[in-house]
Design a binder for this molecule. Sequence first.
Ligand SMILES: Cc1cc2nc3c(=O)[nH]c(=O)nc-3n(C[C@H](O)[C@H](O)[C@H](O)COP(=O)(O)O)c2cc1C
Length: 508
Amino acid sequence: MTANDHERRLMPGDATRRYLAALRERGPLDVRWDRAPTRHKRYPEAARVTLPWRTAEPSPEPSPEILAGALLRELLGFDRLVWLHQLDEECAAAGGAPMLVLGRPAPSGGALYPIEAYVALAGGLYHYDPVHHVLELVRGGDHRPVLGLPQAGGVLVLTAVFWRSMFKYGDFGYRLMCQETGVLLAQAQAAGARLEIGVRAHLGLRDADLECVLGLDGRREAVMAALSLTFPCRDDGPGEPVHGDRARPSSPPPLPLIGGPAALLHRSTATTGEPGPLPEPPLAPGHRHPLGDPAPVPVTRPSRTSPPAGYRPVALPLADLAAVLAAAGPPHPGDLPEATLTTYLLAQRVDGLPPAAYRHHPATRTLTRVGPPDAPPGPLHANTRAALRTAAAVLIAVGDPLAAVEQVGDRWYRLQQIAAGAAAHRAALAAFALGRAARIHSDGANDATDHVLGLAGTPFRSLSFLLLGTPLTRGPSLVRDLTSQGGDHSPARAPATNPCFSGLTPTS
Ligand SMILES: Cc1cc2nc3c(=O)[nH]c(=O)nc-3n(C[C@H](O)[C@H](O)[C@H](O)COP(=O)(O)O)c2cc1C
């Protein structure tokens, strides 16, 4: 029997079960930095649209290209320069000269940034090059109808360059890339609101069709999600039909996703359908702790503070926690059903809330206690342990990884992880708008956390782990903002110190 015959015999959910088992059994990371691929893709010979670095500059009638470029910069562009001091795993000074690194608006596991973006507008299909902040013309003509969204002003396609994350994280990188896709959907929705661009996620399109238009083989780089964009400026209507050859990407190409549980899971994600009604985690009756009516959080700028290893050990007002929980909740991207995720919480320092593990009930704006205080959330990386000591609370997205495999096949894994990434990032953006800080620590989503949350023996699992607290006001690193507001030195905005950039700390 060939490998293909074997795959054809798999039942929906089998690839997900194998992937989950492989993640549970994985050992410590063995990173070959000499196999690290380049972090940027380019189309060196392509015609380019140069975008303005400062979007605050007056523009009487911004074109779709300029608006799409502004949105792309808020997703993947370089927005700050950090003089970073090296720390060891316990976050003590490691000595040596500071490094100069470029920060990006949205977080990425291990700062590897495996997600690329393409945008189809009336005049052509472009790739976004964040290094030069330009749109590279991959192919002329109007590709929006071919991408399946003819009415959209623009179609933004997010793809994953697998090897960029997997050279370090192996199969676990697939989970990170799914969550990062969700992070970028949430970032696009927040940035779109500021730029007056309507953004809607489409998670049910046929990936192979989109990859064919983009000229991707689906093994080195594959489509993860598409977003339709509605611009506030004049719509030129349909452009010229697709024409011309595709531009050639830079070489060497990244390594393909060849074998193993992540490759099998990705190949099994072709089926799409509508998930039906989904079950919610079981709940023992208990006292419901009221949260009050959360005030909506105005996210005026999709920005964040993300300390890797520590917060000011001060209490979070209950109203702030309620607002962040509300921001994390549904609607989920791509019209996934409400029960895709349930939010749980480890409260450590919240005014008026006894330390304990809780489950959030968005409909009644209440919390139910589900576990003891001072929960030990399992084996953790040194920086997560350090950050937990001072964090005010941890938000944990919970879901059943197999709940909808009968309806949507193994694609359910991707959809649910996208929802988890988006929920975590919406919470992080709301936290920043309230003057707080938040960071995803993937290592906290583990069996021990499930046990603390009372999920052991149920099909539900912790999917993401977002620490929340009050940012430190001082740190050894210096940050210079590169965005349109530009020029300010803001040590509190960026990581005070970040061992994850060092390449020494096995984060995630
Ligand atoms: C899906 C995902 C998982 C992450 N997991 C971890 C983690 O386990 N530990 C950690 O310290 N940071 C984690 N991060 C944060 C990244 O390391 C961080 O975004 C990156 O180093 C860039 O730094 P910045 O967020 O301050 O810009 C994660 C981020 C994402 C998007």
